[in-house]
Design a protein around this ligand. Structure first.
Ligand SMILES: Nc1ncnc2c1ncn2[C@@H]1O[C@H](COP(=O)(O)OP(=O)(O)OP(=O)(O)O)[C@@H](O)[C@H]1O
Length: 308
């Protein structure tokens, strides 16, 4: 997979009045990756996206798309972008197909064949000749994506794409976006507060806080970095007995769980072999040992707490 940079943030800054809303962003979004853009409310995500698509001016620095500057070569830069930033822009009294045809007319390079191909790709073949007013939210979302993809952009930008979709719709959209990135090499830039979904969908995660980039990492590395997990034990030993041993050797405390033999310990996953050895060396019978996997949500909330 060609991992060339599609988007390059270069000291990107937005100042409104006296407030720096987006502060000196410097990072790349690569071809073929689903890139998750996270941050708490008011972090500056929408402002960043609005700068990416030219809805607002960049105050300082620039954003390059396929090497073209949004600030000084807007036409060339935006040609490579497909995006749904606010709600998809659709004519409800027209059919899905008429919407796509209308949009294609604006770009004479789009053929009928391409329209049919994209309709198939987003799974709207059955209903493409029905009026958009009869579409469900998920179908409208997919039509919006079809519209954004018609001109074969190298970058697709989506702000809260799963809003209002049911679980089946979310899964379809997720698979669709992954396929688009991994098989067709499109850079997919997604902003969402749905962290469980972002964990499943994204290859990389960038976190914005108070306008600054505070982390950028592959999703699994981000989740497991410096992470403390809960290790659940079912052992033939009392809480006091176990804690005494743990404090002496690992400087940890055991906390009582639900069942009679159940205890849990907060520790790094890397320390589990040591714990295992300690239990064995002390002749304690272990019925089960289980590390609770951390999620993107755990990591994100922990990070936001720390930053505060
Ligand atoms: N036109 C504006 N004038 C003044 N302040 C603004 C303007 N636009 C955005 N802001 C402020 O900039 C900050 C960032 O807003 P932005 O909408 O980019 O955040 P966000 O990360 O998208 O948040 P959310 O997750 O709530 O959508 C907020 O404090 C917001 O009030």
């Amino acid at each position: 997979m060609n991992q060339q940079p599609i988007v390059q943030f270069k000291h990107t800054t937005k100042i409104i009045g006296r407030k720096t809303i987006v502060n000196d962003l410097n990072f790349d979004v690569l071809a073929g990756e689903v890139f998750g853009f996270l941050g708490p409310n008011g972090a500056g995500k929408t402002t960043t996206i609005r700068m990416m698509v030219g809805l607002i001016k960049i105050s300082r620095g620039d954003i390059l798309i396929n090497g073209h500057s949004i600030a000084s070569q807007f036409e060339q830069a935006i040609r490579h972008v497909g995006g749904i930033v606010e709600n998809p822009d659709l004519y409800k009294y027209l059919t899905g197909y008429q919407n796509l045809k209308h949009y294609a007319r604006m770009d004479s390079g789009i053929s009928k064949k391409r329209i049919n191909e994209i309709v198939e790709h987003v799974g709207l073949k059955e209903s493409i000749h029905n009026k958009v007013s009869s579409y469900s939210l998920g179908m409208r979302q997919r039509l919006g994506i079809a519209q954004a993809l018609l001109h074969r952009p190298s970058l697709l930008i989506l702000d809260e794409p799963t809003n209002g979709l049911d679980p089946a719709g979310i899964r379809k959209l997720r698979n669709n976006l992954k396929e688009l990135a991994h098989q067709e090499g499109v850079a997919v830039f997604v902003s969402s507060h749905l962290l469980s979904e972002m964990q499943l969908m994204c290859d990389k995660i960038a976190v914005l806080q108070k306008g600054k980039l505070v982390s950028i990492e592959n999703v699994q590395a981000f989740i497991s970095k410096d992470s403390i997990s809960r290790v659940y034990l079912e052992v033939e030993a009392s809480q006091t007995e176990l804690t005494k041993m743990l404090i002496a050797d690992l400087n940890k405390t055991a906390i009582a769980g639900n069942g009679p033999n159940e205890l849990w310990i907060q520790m790094n996953k890397d320390e589990v072999p040591e714990l295992n050895k300690l239990l064995l060396d002390n002749g304690i019978r272990v019925l089960s040992i289980h590390v609770q996997e951390r999620t993107l949500e755990d990591k994100f909330l922990e990070m936001m707490g720390e930053e505060k």
